[in-house]
Design a protein around this ligand. Structure first.
Ligand code: KG4
Ligand code: ZN
Length: 339
């Protein structure tokens, strides 16, 4: 079954064709990072206008490069939310028009849940050997841990009570004026630093608390920055980033260990979202976790449409008999909050 995925929730316009929820036939992403860089973060109105400019040319390019026509597609999937409302509406309106004109089912997809499927793309292992599993989505907006009995069921078992993990990387980068987006730059800066020169608070260290927290760690970094004020050197910044990164990721590893104890029938762990691109994170989890851990290929860590089409396949299979569920007029966008 061939599904066309469309993603426009934030600052990436993306389209993809995925076969049977697993094999990527084609995937294109237009990133707006350079456009938003000058503002130090994503400007919602600008993001929506950029999506408008790129979505149709990108779709035509995808079909041409994959040697497919829209008639080859069995269903269309689009990010319903969460995201920036103006940005979401561009993808949703486009997808609704396409579904209406071609009389194809249109599957609304939760962006955060879809990230999990980024880690399953191209994995040959049978689902029977992977599920039930623990799935972590760690991005600029979320630090969510799910227990998944099946590919389309998401039981939220831990989340951040304040900042998201990726957001804290972005804030630390801003604090030291390292650039945007912060994650990759903090990782690079940390690679030459010492992790134990500055003591970091152990966040949510109580194993029984299935929650994440990043604001205390961020405040600690602000205080250290203030203490070093005029004497701050490049070595200090590298050591501070290394200590910060070690605890930001260490907190997650601790929670994954306790979740594996609480859910002993989990057979594997999937880690996805922008922060999953962090190489130190991959090293730590491989060293410290006993269950097999799967990370997405780097191109499917950040926002993309292949993950949207992959989750849609499982939603579609699960609800095949509910005839009207995927009619395009039956649903609408939800932004950061569900109405
Ligand atoms: O999933 P994503 O592309 O977008 C959403 O937030 O949905 O994630 C972006 C986040 C940003 O906060 C970025 O700084 C972080 O992922 N990130 C990283 C790395 N690459 C991206 N954080 C730590 N290390 C990285 N290498
Ligand atoms: Zn995302």
């Amino acid at each position: 079954m061939l599904i066309l995925g469309i993603e426009s929730s934030c600052d990436e316009t993306a389209v993809a064709l995925v076969e049977n929820g697993k094999t990527v036939v084609g995937s294109l992403v237009h990133s707006q990072i350079d456009t938003h860089k000058v503002f130090g973060g994503v400007v919602p109105e600008v993001a929506a206008r950029e999506h408008l400019k790129y979505i149709d040319p990108l779709m035509r390019e995808l079909l041409e490069k994959s040697g497919k026509t829209i008639q080859d597609v069995d269903a269309i999937a689009v990010t319903q939310g969460p995201g920036l409302i103006g940005a979401l509406l561009v993808g949703i309106s486009y997808a609704k028009a396409l579904a209406s004109a071609t009389e194809k089912p249109l599957i609304p997809i939760n962006h955060v849940h879809a990230h999990v499927h980024g880690a399953l793309l191209g994995v040959e292992e049978s689902h029977d050997n992977l599920f039930p599993l623990l799935a972590l989505v760690v991005s600029g907006g979320h630090t969510n841990l799910y227990y998944m009995a099946r590919p389309n069921t998401f039981e939220l078992i831990a989340y951040s009570i304040d900042d998201a993990c990726g957001e804290s990387f972005d804030k630390v980068a801003k604090l030291f004026k390292l650039g945007y987006p912060g994650g990759p730059i903090v990782e690079k800066t940390a690679s030459t630093g010492k992790i134990d020169r500055f003591e970091m608070p152990k966040m949510m260290n109580d194993a029984s608390k299935m929650l994440f927290s990043y604001s205390g760690l961020k405040t600690h970094m602000v205080n250290l920055r203030h203490r070093l004020r005029d004497t701050l050197t490049q070595t200090d910044i590298a050591d501070l980033c290394a200590g910060f990164q070690n605890e930001a990721l260490g907190q997650i590893v601790r929670k994954l260990k306790s979740a594996s104890r609480s859910y002993p029938n989990a057979k594997s762990i999937l880690i996805s979202g922008g922060v999953a691109a962090n190489q130190q994170f991959r090293k730590l989890t491989n060293q410290q976790l006993s269950l097999p851990v799967f990370f997405p290929d780097l191109r499917y860590c950040s926002d993309n449409a292949a993950m949207i089409a992959a989750l849609a396949y499982h939603e579609f299979i699960a609800a095949r008999d509910e005839e009207h569920k995927f009619s395009f007029y039956n649903w609408d966008a939800f932004s950061r909050y569900q109405f």
